[in-house]
Design a protein around this ligand. Structure first.
Ligand code: FE2
Length: 292
C-alpha cells in the first residue's frame, strides 16, 4: 500500500490521524509568537465575547460578534477571564480562549502556514480534488483558565455532504493529559452526524443559531487521550467525536487549527453558521489566496 493510501485508510478507519513533526519547532515558535501578539490588540471594554461550549452557550449563540467572525480576526475570551461587567480579571496575555475565524486569510503568517506545501501535500494524499479552507482558529488553552471543550463532532458546526470536512489541528506546544490534549473516540465517525447547529430560519426567541437535537451523551470509556509533541498535526475526520479537558496545569497548550472541505461533488450546507462572503471566500488549498 502506498503512503497516500495509508493516510486515507488510517483516517477512514480511526477517524483521526497523528502526523508527527508536521511543523519544525522554530515554525511553531513563529506561529505562537503571532498568536501571542494578537493578545496585545484586544477589543475595548464592553465589546468582549465569551467562548464556551458549556453553560454560556445560549448567550454565545445569540452573540452577533460570533456570527460575524467568518471574515475577520475576532477575539473570544475565557469564561473565567471576565467579570460580570465584561472587565478583565486576569492579564490580557492569558485571557483569550481563541481567536478566529479568518486568520488563514487576514493574517499573513497564518495564511502562509495554511496554504503551505505541506498542507497541499496532505490534501493530495487524502485524495481531495478541490479542497478549500473555510475557517481557522488560534486556540490558547491557557494555564488554569483554558476551558473544557465538550464532546462533539466538527460536522455539528461545519456540515458538508456526502464528504465530511477535515480538521487540521497543529500543536504549537506539547499537548499533554495535564494541559488539555485532545481525547478522541476512535471509530465514532462511522455512526453519522449526531447533532447539528444551524442558522435559525425563524425570527423567534430561540436565537440566531439552533441545535436540531439535544446534546448526545457519550460514555467516558469511548475516549482515548492523544498527547502529542509540539509540531504534531492531528487530522480530524468531521464525524469523529472528540473533546478536551480544562487545563488545570501551569503550562499553556497553544494550537492552530483550520478546516478543509472538499468542494468537488460535495455540498457545503447553506444553513451552517459560517458562510462564504466577499471578504471570506473558501479558497482552494492548491492555490495561494490573493488577499490585501
Ligand atoms: Fe472540534
Amino acid at each position: 500500500m502506498c503512503d497516500n493510501n495509508i493516510i486515507r485508510h488510517k483516517l477512514d478507519e480511526d477517524g483521526y490521524l497523528v502526523l508527527e513533526d508536521f511543523l519544525r519547532p522554530a515554525e511553531c515558535d513563529e506561529l505562537k509568537a503571532a498568536g501571542e501578539e494578537l493578545t496585545q490588540n484586544l477589543p475595548d471594554e464592553g465589546q468582549k465575547s465569551l467562548f464556551s461550549t458549556k453553560e454560556t452557550g445560549k448567550q454565545q449563540l445569540r452573540d452577533k460578534y460570533f456570527l460575524e467572525s467568518n471574515d475577520n480576526i475576532s477575539y473570544f475570551f475565557e469564561v473565567d477571564a471576565l467579570d460580570s461587567e465584561g472587565k478583565l480579571t486576569v492579564d490580557p496575555s492569558i485571557a483569550l480562549n481563541k481567536v478566529g475565524h479568518a486568520l488563514h486569510l487576514q493574517h499573513q503568517i497564518f495564511r502562509c502556514y495554511t496554504y503551505s506545501d505541506r498542507v497541499k501535500m496532505v490534501c493530495r494524499q487524502l485524495g481531495l480534488k478541490e479542497p478549500a479552507v473555510v475557517q481557522s482558529m488560534y486556540i490558547y488553552k491557557n494555564p488554569r483558565l483554558g476551558g473544557e471543550v465538550i464532546p462533539h463532532q466538527d460536522a455539528t458546526y461545519l456540515h458538508t455532504e456526502p464528504i465530511p470536512a477535515i480538521g487540521f489541528w497543529i500543536a504549537l506546544e506539547d499537548a499533554t493529559i495535564q494541559n488539555g490534549c485532545l481525547w478522541m473516540a476512535r471509530g465514532s465517525h462511522k455512526s453519522g452526524v449526531h447533532r447539528r447547529l444551524t442558522r435559525n430560519p425563524n425570527n423567534d426567541d430561540k436565537g440566531a443559531l439552533i441545535y436540531d437535537r439535544p446534546e448526545p451523551v457519550y460514555p467516558e470509556s469511548s475516549f482515548t487521550p492523544v498527547p502529542v509533541s509540539k509540531g504534531t498535526c492531528i487530522l480530524i475526520h468531521g464525524h469523529v467525536v472528540h473533546k478536551s479537558a480544562h487545563n488545570k496545569s501551569d503550562k499553556s497548550r497553544h494550537a492552530y487549527t483550520f478546516h478543509v472541505i472538499e468542494k468537488q461533488n460535495n455540498q457545503y450546507s447553506p444553513d451552517n453558521w459560517l458562510q462564504e462572503g466577499p471578504k471570506a471566500p473558501f479558497v482552494n488549498v492548491y492555490t495561494t489566496p490573493q488577499i490585501e
